[in-house]
Design a protein around this ligand. Structure first.
Ligand SMILES: Cc1cc2nc3c(=O)[nH]c(=O)nc-3n(C[C@H](O)[C@H](O)[C@H](O)COP(=O)(O)OP(=O)(O)OC[C@H]3O[C@@H](n4cnc5c(N)ncnc54)[C@H](O)[C@@H]3O)c2cc1C
Length: 486
């Protein structure tokens, strides 16, 4: 049986691994010259950079079992430390009221209290946007200090354009008095606030970064007889009335057509639709064109001197700099930075391809990161001795007001082809983590050869997947803001 997998990221490699376990020998084509996709680790002169800092954390037993099987002792358990860096001080996230007020000082605390009181007297009504929601519960001053800047950097839209629902889901029932009460109840104990659902206190991390795991899986599938073709792009998918029959792939050396019995694709959904021949009709093509992504830039700096901060990453809540987050890879795993008295930082910029930052030459980006690091006072006493830039296109599938309709139209159209499965983060246009991509790959592989009939679109990482079947289901999804309609 000729099974072709497009993309050697977590979804494609896990699908290939599953097929090998079931006795099949798939062919995996990967456009890049390395595996791992967004979960690759980039190496520069022996220093290792992760795209975004990948925590390995999943409620799926199956995923956890695979991770341990693939990496064993190389998978480290890391205690999490990540804080907000603001005005030269560190604040825990979510905010701890007493710590926040103490660090901001008496004057700022008074302003926060006054603006909160004003928001109670004059709440925004109706409460439509994220901004309205936060101002009503925390006051304008706290909103400006701790909510606006970072949110707008990440999502690339004003808080006044983000729907209030997102705040309600994300921040849940929290407001200033409840946060203060929670703080009093906890007293001086240093544990995280009980109300915070977003925190995970420890996580798994491969000793050499996430790419180590995906390199190991690539070796495994090749040892098991699969074919892995890096630098090979899926260009076209030939379909007859109701099946995928062949694909065109190309390398710098030329193009060829491969006959296939089944196709598992982690190519971004819109791109896959445009590759189908004959085309799938105007409606689905228009929906494919409307699916958008947000992109991501990491400027890696190598520093000499002492380690600038103990956190794995810092959220930068300052509007005088463009950087959104700063990773400190040596704090994820010491082996990401093999040289003594050195540190490797990743300055992360949330961008759109083609905008000014994306188009800056690498050296200008390295200079910008150094300048911003100094402006923030974070790299004082260190010398920047080298730098590199990693551009990650299509890092975030965008959830705009129409994306769900667009995905539904495409999904219906693709359901005509029973031997085609689209998997993974961009393959399903779903803002999710490695574990979700892996499960979608496993289920697609089982569908292809065991006719299991899993609905890959419904894969949910909060579901307890066991080898034997599905034991519990809920519909929670990763929280992403949806913009308000005009
Ligand atoms: C900033 C950031 C932080 C993140 N943090 C975490 C985290 O902490 N924990 C976590 O678990 N996850 C995290 N993720 C998510 C994780 O990176 C993704 O969920 C995962 O990599 C998705 O795997 P995938 O295989 O679906 O897609 P990808 O990783 O995107 O892989 C798809 C592959 O397909 C290839 N491809 C595309 N088109 C073609 C084509 N036409 N022909 C051949 N090959 C093609 C690409 O080159 C790529 O290698 C983060 C992501 C980002 C951007």
């Amino acid at each position: 049986m000729n099974i072709l997998i497009a993309g050697a990221g977590p979804a494609g490699l896990t699908a290939a691994d599953e097929l090998c376990r079931l006795g099949f020998r798939p062919v995996v084509v990967e456009a890049a010259d390395h595996v791992g996709g967004l979960s690759a680790t980039h190496e520069y002169k022996g220093y290792r950079f992760d795209i975004g800092g990948h925590r390995f954390f999943s409620s799926s037993e199956l995923v956890n079992r695979r991770w341990r099987e693939w990496l064993g002792d190389e998978l480290l358990v890391r205690p999490r430390l990540s804080r907000i860096y603001f005005r030269g001080k560190y604040f825990h996230y979510p905010l701890r009221p007493f710590e926040t007020l103490a660090r901001l000082g008496a004057l700022e605390s008074t302003r926060i209290a006054a603006s909160y009181a004003w928001s109670r007297v004059r709440p925004r009504d109706p409460e439509v946007s994220f901004e309205d929601w936060v101002r009503n519960r925390f006051g304008s001053r706290l909103f400006e200090l701790f909510f606006r800047t970072y949110t707008e950097k990440v999502w690339g839209m004003p808080c006044s354009r983000i729907g209030a629902d997102w705040a309600a889901q994300r921040i849940q029932n929290l407001n200033l008095p409840r946060a203060v009460l929670d703080g009093i109840r906890r007293g001086s104990r240093s544990e995280e606030p009980a109300l915070a659902k977003t925190l995970v206190r420890s996580f798994l991390y491969p000793r050499l970064g996430p790419g180590q795991l995906w390199d190991a899986v690539a070796d495994r599938i090749v040892d098991a007889g699969a074919t892995l073709r890096q630098g090979t792009t899926l260009d076209k998918v030939h379909v007859d009335d109701d099946r995928v029959v062949a694909v065109d792939v190309s390398t710098p050396a030329g193009a060829e057509t491969l006959e296939v019995d089944a196709l598992i694709s982690s190519v971004p959904l819109g791109e896959l639709v445009r590759k189908l021949a004959p085309d799938v009709g105007e409606e689905a093509l228009a929906c494919a064109d409307a699916l958008r992504h947000r992109d991501f830039l990491t400027v890696g700096l190598v520093l000499s001197g002492s380690n600038p901060f103990p956190d794995q990453w810092l959220y930068i809540h300052a509007n005088n700099v463009k950087v959104g987050r700063i990773q400190n890879y040596g704090n994820w795993s010491a082996d990401m930075c093999p040289q003594a008295n050195r540190a490797v930082l990743g300055f992360e910029y949330f961008v759109n391809r083609g905008d000014d930052l994306w188009n800056l030459p690498d050296q200008a980006l390295i200079d910008l990161a150094e300048r911003e690091g100094r402006e923030l006072g974070l790299v004082d006493g260190c010398e920047i001795i080298d730098g590199t830039v990693i551009r990650a296109p299509r890092a975030y599938p965008v959830y705009d007001a129409d994306y769900r309709t667009n995905v539904d139209v495409i999904r219906k159209q693709l359901s005509r082809y029973p031997n085609l499965w689209t998997v993974g983060r961009n393959g399903l246009h779903r803002y999710n983590n490695q574990d979700h991509s892996m499960l979608s790959g496993i289920f697609a592989a089982q569908n292809a050869v065991l006719e299991r009939g899993h609905d890959v679109w419904e894969v949910n990482t909060d579901t307890r997947y066991h080898e034997e079947g599905v034991h519990q289901q809920n519909t929670a999804d990763r929280l992403v803001p949806v913009p308000l309609r005009d």
